[in-house]
Design a protein around this ligand. Structure first.
Ligand code: PEP
Ligand code: MG
Length: 324
């Protein structure tokens, strides 16, 4: 990284009107942990755990998982590390042994599969609770559509705690539990989740996919896959305001959080926590430090009332250029 970029990456993400934003990093494999820890990010907002499964023929045991999670926690010291439980299925498939489905994105996947295969899920939960002694770990559930999924997970965590106690190994039983808000159901009814969760993280990749009914991986649809559609912006604004009203932190950890224009839009929606690709930290901080949150809020209000994604994007682009 060039010295100016390096300086920017390590700078405080504060807007010109003194609003502090938290910028964390997304981590996909433990080998990225040390790089991400030096990227200027204040912790990990999303660690995906599919690397343990995708492309492999068997599930990793508790020990292997524990070692992987521990590596990331040690790299980040006392900074928060949000680790997401297995989001298998859809675009993230293991080798063999997984049912082929006519509609994988609407199928038996992520938290649904984990709750049905609770023995497998508990291996991961035990590894996470054990790794939690090495730092500030928080557990996050993917693809949640109902609070029942959170309650069932809490029940399995209680069982995992009992099993670890019986084994007399070190672990923590007070690990915060949050959810990805990445389905329209979770976003629209996020008020039904607030009593049972410790934090929200908006997964814009899937939220865009499910809200606009646009396959996130289909190249023919790429121009239609946009977080600037007023429906998506309004859903995210609703999650932010419901979280804020209930004292629940709201982060955005999808790809949009790494894009300058989208950062401006998210600031405008009231979002104050972003989790981004480690290499995007400098650019994201450049936007945060270059704008006023008040101006972003005016722009986002107008964008939410735009007729189309294109209109919203043009409007946001014009307002951002005027700020920088
Ligand atoms: C998302 O859906 O926005 C997200 C962050 O998760 P993933 O890309 O792993 O589905
Ligand atoms: Mg997702």
């Amino acid at each position: 990284q060039a010295p100016v970029l390096r300086e920017l990456a390590l700078s405080e993400p504060i807007t010109r009107d003194d609003v502090r934003v938290v910028v964390r990093a997304n981590v996909d494999i433990p080998e990225e942990a040390e790089l991400a820890a030096g990227s200027g990010a204040e912790g990990v907002g999303l660690m995906r755990t599919e690397f343990l499964v995708v492309g492999r023929a068997s599930m990793p045991d508790e020990e292997e998982q524990y070692r992987s999670y521990k590596r990331v926690l040690l790299a980040f010291g006392n900074r928060p590390v949000v680790i997401r439980t297995f989001d298998i299925g859809g675009d993230k498939l293991p080798v063999g042994g997984f049912p082929t489905e006519p509609n994988p994105f609407l199928g038996w996947r992520a938290i649904r599969m984990c709750l049905d295969e609770s023995d497998l899920f508990k291996v991961q939960l035990r590894a996470l609770l054990r790794a939690a002694v090495h730092g500030d770990l928080r557990i996050m559930l993917p693809l949640v559509v109902t609070v029942d999924e959170v309650r069932e997970t809490r029940q399995l965590i209680a069982e995992a705690v009992a099993e670890l106690s019986a084994r007399r190994v070190p672990f923590r039983d007070d690990v915060p539990l949050g959810v990805m808000v990445e389905t329209p159901a979770a976003a629209i009814a996020c008020d039904t989740l607030v009593r049972d969760v410790d934090f929200f993280s908006i997964g814009s990749n899937d939220l865009v996919q499910y809200t606009l009914a646009v396959d996130r991986g289909n190249a023919n649809l790429a121009p239609r896959f946009t977080p600037f559609h007023p429906a998506v912006l309004r859903l995210m604004a609703q999650v932010q305001s419901t979280g804020e009203a209930n004292g629940i932190d709201v982060c955005v950890c999808g790809e949009m959080a790494s894009q300058p224009l989208a950062v401006f839009a998210l600031m405008g929606l009231g979002i104050r926590q972003l989790s981004v690709a480690p290499r995007a930290v400098a650019d994201v901080k450049r936007i945060i430090r270059g704008v006023r949150a008040g101006a972003a809020e005016d722009a986002a209000r107008a964008a939410m009332q735009a007729g189309t994604a294109r209109e919203a994007e043009i409007l946001l682009r014009r307002r951002l250029r005027a700020e920088l």
